[in-house]
Design a protein around this ligand. Structure first.
Ligand SMILES: NC(=O)c1ccc[n+]([C@@H]2O[C@H](COP(=O)([O-])OP(=O)(O)OC[C@H]3O[C@@H](n4cnc5c(N)ncnc54)[C@H](OP(=O)(O)O)[C@@H]3O)[C@@H](O)[C@H]2O)c1
Length: 301
């Protein structure tokens, strides 16, 4: 089976290449992969998929996902994350290829405001209504909807707080774990927010979960795929320092301490409910994944 991995040079793309390595993999990104493809160039994208690559499966991990940059450049965010994904969906439908597309927890809005129940912080299920709070999130949601309309054989995988061995290209190369370890080498104390809750997710586990979905002929539609459990960024930082026995003062902060023009959901933990219902959920606990990753990095020695 020929599998096209788009966004292959990113942190998730790197682990997707490992997870699909027993198949015929074609890698693509704007540069540094086997094939140069740009989601913002629809004609060239269509031609390449229809006339030369002709994959049976496409896994799309490519996105414009630097959140402040998306806010500043909405046309570009929509061209890549929405229209580009729609073109990909149309091309896949034309050659009966299956499309697995990666999306985000940020499609959801504020938990309390939406449920109306104070303290109701149960993780978001796939059947709940998204309400994006920023341009990145709304462009990703538009991409989900356009591709669902264009390509019947599709799987949309929403995940959260990714970290992996390969650099996160959109965030200057450092994921949150690497950033915390870097700051700990330079400072005596670090302030991290307590009022944003998510589920940190290791790209290695996510890539293998995506492979499992690819093997299930029944999988179709939207799936949440994060590690199990949830924590604030501050609790995530505390776990990183604890696992690596790093001596640093970790202080609590709130979003008010880090003013930003971009709104982000304060609670975006996801429930892998459809994976569980279909007996496909292979995602480990977030803390177990963190330990595995820190071991791989050599940071626990
Ligand atoms: N990182 C997170 O915390 C997080 C959380 C939830 C969901 N996600 C989603 O997970 C997916 C993978 O994220 P990641 O962290 O692995 O990203 P990443 O490390 O920034 O990699 C992104 C990949 O997309 C490619 N790309 C960017 N713009 C492109 C374009 N216009 N056309 C073709 N390729 C393009 C990049 O290579 P070039 O720039 O060289 O083209 C790179 O290969 C994305 O869909 C993202 O929205 C990420």
């Amino acid at each position: 089976m020929r599998v096209l991995i788009l966004g292959a040079t990113g942190q998730l793309g790197h682990d997707l290449q490992l997870a699909f390595s027993d198949l015929e993999v074609v890698t693509a990104a704007r540069m540094g992969a086997q094939i140069q493809l740009d989601l913002a160039q629809p004609d060239a994208l269509r031609r390449s998929i229809l006339d030369s690559i002709r994959p049976e499966l496409v896994v799309n991990a490519a996105a414009f996902h630097n959140v402040p940059d998306c806010e500043a450049r909405p046309a570009e965010a929509y061209a890549i994350n929405a229209t580009g994904v729609a073109t990909l969906g149309e091309a896949c439908a034309e050659i009966d290829a299956r499309l697995i597309h990666v999306s985000t927890d940020y499609v959801f809005g504020e938990r309390n405001a939406r449920s109306g129940r104070e303290g109701d912080l149960t993780p978001w299920r796939e059947d709940e209504l998204p309400a994006p709070l920023n341009v990145y999130a709304s462009s990703k949601l538009a991409g989900e909807q356009l591709l669902a309309a264009a390509c019947p054989d599709h799987v949309i995988v929403r995940s959260s707080g990714l970290y992996g061995l390969a650099p996160c290209l959109a965030k200057g190369g450092k994921n949150f774990v690497q950033l915390m370890l870097h700051l700990a080498r330079e400072r005596d104390e670090v302030k991290v927010v307590t009022d944003e809750i998510l589920t940190p997710t290791h790209t290695y586990a996510l890539a293998h979960q995506i492979r499992r979905l690819a093997e299930s002929s029944e999988a179709n539609g939207v799936y949440h795929a994060t590690s199990q459990g949830q924590c604030s960024w501050n609790e995530f930082a505390a776990a990183i320092f604890e696992e690596t026995r790093t001596d640093i003062r970790l202080l609590p902060a709130t979003n008010v301490d880090f003013p930003s023009p971009v709104r982000r959901p304060s609670f975006s933990a996801l429930d892998n409910s459809r994976l569980r219902q279909q007996g496909l959920d292979e995602m480990p606990d977030w803390r177990v994944s963190l330990r595995t990753y820190l071991d791989e990095l050599g940071a626990t020695r």
